[in-house]
Design a protein around this ligand. Structure first.
Ligand SMILES: [Zn+2]
Length: 200
């Protein structure tokens, strides 16, 4: 554990929760990796966790679409993060939307003990519904950064990942081509079209 020296001379760690949220292709994971690498460079101890269901690319790495990677530990539940991450200066969590609701308590507990917790995840599912523990995490966070992709239809800032294939399952892993980032207006139009297709 490497303590951060406070201005008053006391040695203490500062716990906080930072949330990075947004649609797919918005650069969430790049931003998470950037913050974690900066902490590593400052010789702080860093642990990264992701849900074990996310096996998109390499099994042990948090990998962004740009191919930038950082070694991580896949875990089955948020409780494991509390066990494995409690002696760490900085805990990173990727794909947080796939974790259970208990992740909110876990992040609070870690932050209360002095850990800086940085969480990245999808804020909305493909239907525009807040995803898993993300809304609760945004509420308890000290700082929330909403990142945006670009709408592929009009170039405005996107807010949701529209699914381009016909599948009602909430989680569709490893299917990057099955989504397109859309702004609110273009998403409304796309949904209308999808509904007409279903009625036909
Ligand atoms: Zn648009």
């Amino acid at each position: 554990m490497s303590p951060i020296t406070e201005r008053n001379g006391e040695m203490m760690r500062r716990g906080r929760i930072e949330v990075i949220c947004g649609s797919m292709f918005s650069g969430k994971t790049e931003e998470l990796i950037r913050r974690l690498k900066r902490a590593e460079f400052a010789r702080q101890s860093v642990e990264i966790f992701k849900p074990s269901i996310d096996t998109r690319y390499a099994e042990q790495d948090v990998v962004s679409h740009e191919g930038n990677s950082i070694p991580s530990t896949p875990v089955d539940s948020s409780a494991s993060i509390l066990l494995l991450g409690s002696d760490t200066d900085v805990v990173g969590i990727d794909e947080a939307q796939f974790f259970d609701e208990n992740l909110i308590d876990v992040c609070n507990e870690l932050a209360n003990r002095g850990t800086r917790v940085i969480v990245a995840g999808l804020d909305l599912d493909f239907k525009g519904i807040p995803f898993g523990p993300m809304p609760g995490l945004c509420a308890v966070a000290d700082e929330v950064t909403k990142v945006h992709a670009i709408c592929v239809r009009c170039g405005a800032l996107a807010y949701v990942s529209h699914r381009t294939v016909d599948n009602e399952k909430r989680v569709l892993l490893g299917e990057q081509t099955a989504y397109e980032p859309l702004c609110r207006a273009c998403y409304q139009k796309a949904i209308e079209k999808d509904n007409l297709k279903h009625q036909a």
